[in-house]
Design a protein around this ligand. Structure first.
Ligand code: ATP
Length: 788
């Protein structure tokens, strides 16, 4: 493994691309002061990741960019690439050649590339680790560095050995672990605080959660008991509702029945009232008929008497007429005269009888018509009426005849007067007599006719009388019958009573209906309310809202009530509870568990980190001790070469104490500070013939030799792939340069050397020579020569 090339562009005094190629062995770069030789050294340091501008002799990192020369503008960026041969796989990469490139522009923007691929500085460090080319690189030894080794502290020298021992990565690992450990400890302490606080919150929350659980349990128990009671009550209420509804239905039926009864009584009462009215009217009619019949009978009796008188008169007229006729006939025979006054008297009597007969007939007629109007016409009454009508006709005829008779009589009387005045005129007398006889004959006929009429009227009246009497008898009987039997007024009164009773019954039935309806509604309401309550409870419990199938007995019911009360009391005793407490508690428990887990993770991490640190410490100690022992041996040997007859040694010292500790002895360690804990490296050299001196008292050349001895001792213990030594031998005299070059040559078999020098002797030792020059333009130029 060796450095193959350095390519610079825009870097310091190399504005244009400049490439220096190297092979194994010793390469020497020569040139006048300020020509840019050290810039090449800087380029290697810079490309390998140097972070301090001071190390590359600048104020800021941008100072490495070519700042312009005579007639040359400054460059916008600096770029350096070094190519390392890795054909022996000395670096951690599968590539046989590793090109590391660094670039920086004026804006401060920089980048690294490994074999052309962009990467981070850490990737570069990774590739270089274990090669001795890392951060605390001692393979590039600039002028000031040699002095630095002499004047540096034991701890810094230790670092050089550590770097050579490849402890950087262990240190880094340890530092990282240490940082992590601190952070983890802080986190753990915070986690413990948080966990403690969370745990302290847990206890009251747990109590609250338990109270909430108990409350919830009690609530459920209460709900269950109430549900059971409600189911029982709902069952009862359902039954009560059915019963009340039935009762209401029955009450309505009762009411309807009472209504029907009342309606029937009303119908009956109406009928009775009608019957009563009819009966009264019939009775009245009958009474009126009876009265009329009785009156008729009386009148008929009177008429009958009169007609009897008329009949007697008629009989007497007839008798007289017959006597008159006989007298006339006698007179005829005796030619005697007859008193004409006798005829007039008969006519007067006849007229009288006729008037009586006519009255009787009229009366009979009126009577009969009245009777006929009041009563049903019967055959006897009809017969009597016919007779009366006929008698009336006979009377009319009789009256007409009587009138004619009266006229004849009047004419006869005039004639009679003249005759009488002519007294004695026999002829005429006889005629008179004939005329008188005719009148008597007519009178006789008339009287007979009258007698017939009167007889007919008499019969008719008698018949009428009997008919009227019969009717009166019938009416009497009827009336008597009506008087008998049930008195309609009584029935009406009974019906009124019945109606009143039914009315009050109806009223009661109505009240019963109202009451039953109210009760049914109450039962419905009650059942409804209970159903709602049951549903509410069932919903809360996740039950079916069904009323109980079997009824509870009193004891069970009482027990349930007591239970509900007891639970209520217990809940009251519990006081207000936080219903979310369980949830909060569980959340908090989960949080505490999570915190505990995190804490446990941190503790585990802590243990692991402590192990990592302990392991790193062990590694560091072991590696360091090994390397230190080898370096110390080499140092004594190299000192022997560089200071013939003199001697020197390396020893471990406590960092802040000059007191040395013997290598290999367990150093006293302080866990808190690794640098304080670990001993530094002190250098002791006693040149030949001189007593032991402080290093600071050595000459410049001696110091350089001691520093080189230290560097070579380290190199021999753990060689780097290449070394760049920048004018390290400037202060040496020829004899010592030879000793130095001898050492370089010895080592060049194991490593590549690039030596920047002014020394002619050193140039002679080169395998390859580079010349660097700088013109008036401030630009470095490089020429190379390979020497055989
Ligand atoms: P010596 O032999 O005296 O040690 P040297 O050859 O090692 O000299 P360097 O130190 O490498 O010289 O180079 C210094 C030169 O580089 C100076 O002339 C300086 O002006 C030039 N230089 C340094 N940085 C820049 C820069 N950023 N831009 C241009 N030139 C620069």
């Amino acid at each position: 493994m060796h450095l193959r090339s350095i390519t610079m562009k825009g870097f310091k005094s190399f504005p244009d691309r400049t490439r220096l190629e190297f092979g194994p062995g010793v390469a020497v770069i020569v040139g006048p002061n300020g020509s840019g030789k050290s810039n090449v050294t800087d380029a290697v340091l810079w490309a390998l990741g140097e972070q301090s501008p001071l190390t590359v002799r600048g104020q800021t990192m941008q100072d490495v960019i070519f700042s312009g020369g005579a007639g040359l503008p400054s460059r916008g960026f600096a770029e350096v690439e070094i190519v390392i041969d890795n054909s022996e796989q000395g670096l951690q990469s599968e590539f046989s050649e590793i090109a590391i490139q660094r670039r920086l522009d004026r804006g401060g923007e920089g980048e690294y590339r490994l074999n052309g691929a962009r990467c981070r500085l850490i990737d570069v460090a990774e590739v270089l680790s274990d090669s001795g080319l890392g951060k605390e690189m001692h393979s590039v030894v600039s002028q000031g560095r040699v002095e630095g080794i002499i004047h540096s502290k034991p701890a810094d020298r230790r670092m050089l050995i550590e770097e050579a021992a490849g402890l950087g990565k262990h240190r880094k690992r340890r530092r990282r672990a240490e940082l992590k450990l601190r952070r983890t400890e802080e986190n753990l302490s915070r986690a413990l605080d948080v966990e403690r606080e969370a745990r302290s919150r847990l206890r009251p929350l747990k109590r609250q959660a338990e109270a909430a659980d108990l409350h919830a349990r009690l609530e459920r128990q209460s709900l269950e008991a109430r549900f059971e009671l409600a189911a029982d009550l709902a069952r009862d209420a359902g039954a009560a509702r059915v019963k009340a509804e039935n009762a209401a239905r029955q009450a309505r039926v009762g009411y309807a029945r009472a209504e029907q009864g009342l309606a029937a009584v009303a119908v009956r009462r109406k009928a009775a009232e009608q019957a009563f009215a009819e009966r009264s009217q019939a009775r009245e009619t009958l009474s009126r008929s009876l009265f009329a019949a009785t009156t008729s009978i009386d009148r008929i009796d009177v008429r009958l008497e009169r007609i009897h008188d008329a009949a007697a008169t008629a009989a007497r007229v007839e008798e007289r007429c017959r006597t008159g006729v006989a007298a006339i006939e006698e007179a005829e025979r005796a030619a005697g005269a007859v008193e004409p006054d006798a005829v007039g008297l008969a006519i007067d009597r006849l007229v009288e009888a006729e008037a009586a007969a006519a009255d009787a007939v009229d009366a009979a007629l009126v009577q009969l018509r009245s009777l006929a109007a009041h009563a049903d016409a019967d055959s006897a009454l009809g017969g009597a009426l016919g007779e009366v009508v006929r008698a009336d006709g006979a009377l009319d005829r009789s009256r007409a005849e009587l009138k004619a008779l009266q006229e004849a009589l009047d004419a006869g009387a005039e004639d009679g007067g003249a005759a009488r005045r002519a007294a004695g005129e026999a002829a005429r007398r006889s005629e008179l007599r004939v005329q008188q006889g005719e009148v008597f004959e007519a009178l006789l006929t008339r009287a007979r006719t009258l007698a017939v009429g009167v007889g007919a009227a008499e019969r008719a009246l008698a018949e009428a009388l009997s008919a009227v009497s019969a009717r009166r008898e019938w009416l009497h009987g009827e009336l008597g019958e009506r008087e008998g039997g049930v008195e309609p007024g009584v029935e009406l009164r009974q019906l009124a009573n019945e109606e009143a009773e039914l009315q009050s019954e109806l009223k009661l039935a109505g009240e019963a209906v109202t009451q039953a309806e109210v009760l049914a509604q109450q039962a419905r309401d009650g059942a409804g309310e209970l159903e709602v309550e049951l549903r509410r409870l069932a919903e809360k419990l996740g039950f079916e809202a069904e009323p109980a199938v079997e009824a509870l007995d009193d004891e069970q019911r009482e027990a349930l009530r007591m239970r509900v009360e007891r639970i209520a009391r217990r809940r009251e005793q519990l006081g207000p509870v936080n219903p979310l407490a369980r949830e909060e508690y569980e959340r908090e428990v989960a949080r505490v568990e999570e915190l505990a887990e995190q804490r446990s993770d941190l503790e585990t991490a802590l243990v692991e980190l402590e192990q990592v640190i302990a392991e790193a410490d062990r590694q560091i100690r072991r590696n360091f001790e090994e390397t230190f022992a080898a370096t110390a041996r080499n140092f004594e040997e190299v000192i022997g070469e560089l200071f013939p007859g003199g001697h020197g040694r390396l020893r471990l010292v406590k960092p802040d104490s000059p007191r040395a500790v013997i290598a290999g002895e367990e150093p006293e360690t302080d866990e808190d500070d690794e640098h304080e804990a670990e001993p530094g490296v002190e250098v002791e050299v006693t040149p030949a013939g001189k007593s032991m001196r402080r290093l600071s008292l050595l000459s410049g050349g001696e110091k350089t030799l001691v520093a080189l001895a230290f560097l070579f001792a380290v190199f021999l213990a753990r060689p780097c792939p290449f070394y760049i030594l920048d004018e390290v031998e400037a202060a040496l005299d020829d004899r010592n340069i030879d000793r130095f070059l001898k050492l370089v040559r010895r080592c060049s078999e194991r490593a590549q050397f690039i030596v920047v020098t002014h020394q002619k002797r050193t140039m002679d030792a080169a395998d390859c020579l580079y010349g660097v020059s700088m013109g008036g333009d401030g630009v470095s130029k490089v020429v190379s020569r390979r020497l055989e």
